[in-house]
Design a protein around this ligand. Structure first.
Ligand code: DON
Length: 319
């Protein structure tokens, strides 16, 4: 591995050590140049491959940052666990499992075949099918009410009012046939719970919400903290909801790479195509990375390396 392993102690290391490790992770992996910036959405293709930011937020409310920590980027798939948390909190864990599913597909995030191979199930809230089904279950009678609920809920997770990147939304909304097709397919199986085009549109807006890597760390820390945002002190979801969300993240957060992620990092995590990754250390905090170049599965290359380094050296691995 090239670095030592530290065993979990139940706490983050002292602040000075966390800062030191963030700086070390940033300098170790900053020069890695593998991977390609996502180009299937034109607005994402414009991101600089050099951007690299890291953040840690502890459950006691401290945050630590290094590199491009204030750069805003669209949250993309990292929104999925948080919208699932909001929906699961309202529906209850059993109903959420019944309507969406909680198993890994073993297939890429936008797979249509995964639905067909599983009797029309969306499978889990972290692949596109399950995420659109989840969004269709958000409280609200109209698409706009659902959107406001999502935006407000994610803002509580981040502890500040978030907003949508209009250019990313417009760009993705104009290239959305596959997600619309997935929504229609789910509808044909009775597994979508709102109008398919409107549900897809709210999902697309949700993916276009702008965040910084610091926001992601705080959002992750809220899940680590049993649903209370450790910076604002506000309860966002119930503690039992967090356990379910973290279980699904552990199972499917890195899609078909979830097993390898767990094997290497030993913590629930979630990636997004704009280059963000969150890792949650239950009871300790959230780690977030931002670096746009991705591997073939759509996961940030530097982000995976830095997450592994930080999981090991901060002593976060659950096992
Ligand atoms: O649905 C999509 O294609 C995007 N808005 C989000 C996909 C994403 O981030 C997948 N993650 N790696």
């Amino acid at each position: 591995q090239g670095h030592e392993q530290v065993v979990s102690t139940g706490e983050l290391p002292p602040p000075g050590r966390v800062r030191e490790l963030l700086i070390e992770a940033h300098s170790r992996y900053g020069s890695v140049s593998d991977g390609n910036v996502a180009d299937y959405i034109p607005a994402l293709a414009a991101a600089s491959p050099d951007l690299f930011g890291l953040a840690v937020a502890g459950v006691r409310g401290r945050t630590y940052v290094v590199g491009d920590h204030a750069v805003e980027f669209s949250i993309q798939s990292v929104s999925k666990p948080f919208v699932f948390a909001l929906v699961c909190d309202v529906l209850g864990a059993d109903e959420a499992r019944k309507r969406i599913g909680v198993n890994n597909t073993g297939l890429p995030f936008n797979s249509v075949m995964a639905i067909e191979l599983n009797d029309g199930s969306a499978m889990n809230p972290l692949v596109n099918a399950g995420a659109i089904a989840t969004t269709s279950l958000v409280p609200g009678d109209t698409a706009d009410e659902k959107w406001q609920f999502v935006l407000n809920g994610l803002s509580k997770f981040a502890g500040r009012p978030l907003s949508m990147a209009a250019d990313v939304y417009a760009s993705e909304a104009a290239n959305n046939k596959r997600n619309q097709g997935i929504a229609r397919l789910l509808e044909s199986y009775g597994r979508l719970y709102f109008d398919p085009l409107e549900a897809t549109d709210v999902y697309t807006k949700q993916c276009s919400i702008d965040v910084t890597v610091t926001d992601l760390a705080v959002m992750g820390a809220t899940l680590a903290d049993g649903g209370v945002n450790p910076v604002t002190g506000e309860r966002v979801v119930r503690a039992d909801t967090c356990k379910r969300v973290l279980a699904v993240l552990a199972t499917a957060g890195l899609y078909e790479r979830s097993g390898e992620w767990m094997y290497d990092i030993g913590l629930p995590g979630k990636s997004g195509v704009s280059g963000g990754i969150i890792t949650i250390a239950p009871g300790k905090g959230g780690v977030a990375t931002y670096s746009p170049p991705l591997d073939e599965a759509g996961n940030s290359v530097r982000g995976q390396l830095a997450s592994k380094f930080l999981s090991d050296l901060l002593g976060l691995n659950l096992f």
